[in-house]
Write a new protein. Sequence first.
Length: 549
Amino acid sequence: MEDRYHQIYPALTRSQLALLSRYGTPRSYAAGMRLFEQGERHIPMFVIVSGLVEVSRGGPMGQHVVGTHGPGSFTGEVGTLAGRGAIATGRALTDCEALVIDEAALRTLVIVEAELSEIIMRAYILRRMLFIQDLDGGLVVIGSQHNPDTLGLREFLARNGQPAAYLDVDQHQQAAELMARFGIGADDIPAVIAPDGGVLRRPSVRALADAVGIGPDTLHGHSFDLVVAGAGPGGLAAAVYAASEGLRVAVLERHAPGGQAGSSSKIENYFGFPTGVSGLALAGRGLSQARKFGVEVAVPVCVTRILCGEEAGGDPGSGYAIGLDGGERLHARAVVVATGARYRKPDLPELAFFEGRGVYYSAAFMEAALCAGEDVVVVGGGNSAGQAAVFLSRHARTVHVVVRGARLAASMSHYLIQRIEAASNIVLHTHTRVRRLAGDGHLEHVVLAPQDAAPLTLPVRHLFLFLGAQPNTGWLGDCVALDDKQFILTGSAVARARWPLAREPHFLETSRPGILAVGDVRSGSVKRVAAAVGEGAAAVQSLHQVLAG
């Protein structure tokens, strides 16, 4: 990223500094003073007027300087907008004069001042990308590729753009050295060593998020105009459009922004990206955009229930109480359900044991690194399976694609079919299903059952499953009407018997007034990223009508 240095660390002009003075407070710092500390939350942006500020990162493997800010430069990265933990420390190298712009003023600035907003947001996004590539400071994850919890923690950090170094106990000598130094035993794996030397032993995802400063502040008792459940493309789009029009919005996501699309190696049929865009990059841009407009994006937070009917109290226009997994409860005038769908699991007795030990439900760069030079099996005939097969074919020795039908064309885009047919190391197995999994502690064999042939045993250690969609609607109970496959009914599909008001349901509104559904979770939706984004945007028009009523 050296060729983009001027964008990562831009130098502001005098006129731009004068404009920024409207939003901040001038302060002086003596040489050696710390302006902000790694891990500290809700830090302001410091605009350097005179002097030098050194930015460094520290961790279990040492301390190093990231860069130096001089006159006309400014501190921060995308997490600064959201009040998340700083991933570096800033210290005055010389006596300094700085303009201090707090979190609220910074959000106003990036909305009101278009030219400065472009400079700041570009620098913030690129700095986060630079930090992700810097593995010499910050968190260290110690684990094993044979441990499913290790894969879960690494995936969570990667999907949330949190820089972290990984040491495998079976591959890296430094892992043993750090384990001895910090008193970490074999039963503590996976372990996470924080920059301050604190050790998290087999932490939950929420405990890890809170420890490193990427978890949200408490939401208990807060009220929002709109609460969006799920941060996939549809949910983030609804949040961006609603917040840009002045509504107070919170997005609640249990794992990572982007939903299923966020785990895609490359999306090539999304409008406006002729060379394609990775799901991670698309989700990151949507997240940055949401935070620019002041959306509270809370990860990892799981919505457990919406209090409907008599439980909610009041009439249908009074809003809804929403319960979270930590026992918190918040209030929303309206709700957008965007919890998407998850891949179906085949009926295999060994499946649960091998999940994370050779069985995966996404195929991104982390999984590709695990199976480099080996044979893999991809099960499924849709676009997600096709994208995975094409991507993995660049890393694996052979990719076996397994489908139950006679061909791929029924549910896969033509450009993916062409690439699969052209790839010399992709083998297609039609009229075939997976019969059995076997291995000692880790997947070692996959037994396939062709329709008109003898079972075929493949010596593979990596199986990727992309088997259709099951909606994430179990947490809704009987709050809204569902179709026979448990997807949410909306608009004209809502039966009159389930609708309590004299007016008709608005577009994308469920059987419960003020609760809308978008994306894959909605009955009749088109399972494409662009469609989900469109529904998220369209939901805001219905939302205004709901709130006005």
